[in-house]
Design a protein around this ligand. Sequence first.
Ligand code: HEC
Ligand code: HEC
Ligand code: HEC
Ligand code: HEC
Length: 223
Amino acid sequence: MKKLLIILVVLALSVGTVFAAGTVVGSKHDLRGTGGGTATNAALIEVCVSCHTPHQATAANKQDPLWNHTGTATTGFGVYSSVTMNASPANIGGSAMGSQSVSMLCMSCHDGTVSVISMYNPPNSGNSAAATTITGRINVSGFIVSNANIGTDMTDDHPVNFTYDAALVTSDGGLQPVASVSAYLIGGQVQCASCHDVHDPTNVPFLRLNNTGSALCLVCHIK
Ligand code: HEC
Ligand code: HEC
Ligand code: HEC
Ligand code: HEC
């Protein structure tokens, strides 16, 4: 019995290692001048620093993961609504920087109004002031101009920034129970990171799950 248990534990550990293969290094979120997926900061040799800093993270964002990227000035993103919606999403930029939703971190690059290389605490190891353009992807100001620019209007996007709880499951009638979805919730809520893993490009585009057969959608929706 003990032996079997040890074998099972070893198996579980090795399976874990196999699936934890994805890394932000070399992905489109790697903005280094050489070797990166979006080579737009000519002097940059570090990867994490575009988004995080070990010291002097922006005070306004201190509850977020040591955030280092310049925030967007956009506040009124609007909210998706429809006659069949049961949840009540909140505007992701509705409150002062620092108390708003974690999805705002993504929008500091993805609303297309801030340079992707603009940081609060630039690295000492090297940093360009001017962004290198990439035709059809990054413009001269460092803004995203590909279809990854999802804009400043969230009324036409899958709703984010609302609580997924038992009451919502009951009122909707077509949602999976909270227990089977909880691994995809961020503080009990649906946010960008419910569907995306910003650090893992394995399932393009940075999806938390391979969406073949719409498997990701079916994590939450019974359809
Ligand atoms: C393009 C931006 C970006 C880059 C580059 C990036 N991160 Fe993150 N990271 C985020 C965002 C956004 C979050 C917030 C939570 C989430 O969405 O997963 C986060 C969360 C985290 C967290 C806390 C939550 C967790 O998943 O454990 C850690 C730790 C972290 N990042 C470490 C790193 C390290 C180490 C690197 C470099 C090897 C890195 N990140 C590169 C954007 C980035
Ligand atoms: C530091 C800026 C920055 C932040 C912060 C950031 N991204 Fe990105 N993201 C980029 C850039 C640059 C690209 C590449 C755009 C292009 O080349 O078309 C990209 C591409 C993507 C893509 C498309 C990937 C593909 O394979 O086509 C997705 C999806 C994405 N990001 C999701 C997110 C999510 C979700 C968050 C927050 C959790 C986030 N990003 C935070 C800069 C950022
Ligand atoms: C309910 C799941 C879900 C949520 C929530 C979500 N996305 Fe996505 N996102 C997807 C899927 C699935 C795709 C791929 C779509 C495709 O291939 O047609 C995608 C594609 C993208 C792309 C690539 C460009 C494009 O339009 O295909 C970007 C950038 C992106 N998402 C950013 C974000 C950001 C930022 C947020 C939060 C504001 C967010 N996503 C919230 C599921 C989601
Ligand atoms: C993390 C859980 C989760 C994932 C993953 C997810 N959704 Fe959703 N989605 C929700 C919730 C919760 C709502 C709000 C339902 C409501 O209030 O009626 C919603 C709303 C929607 C709506 C709008 C419903 C309406 O009544 O207007 C559509 C359509 C939708 N999702 C499709 C998708 C698709 C397609 C995917 C996969 C790309 C997906 N969802 C992935 C949780 C999720």
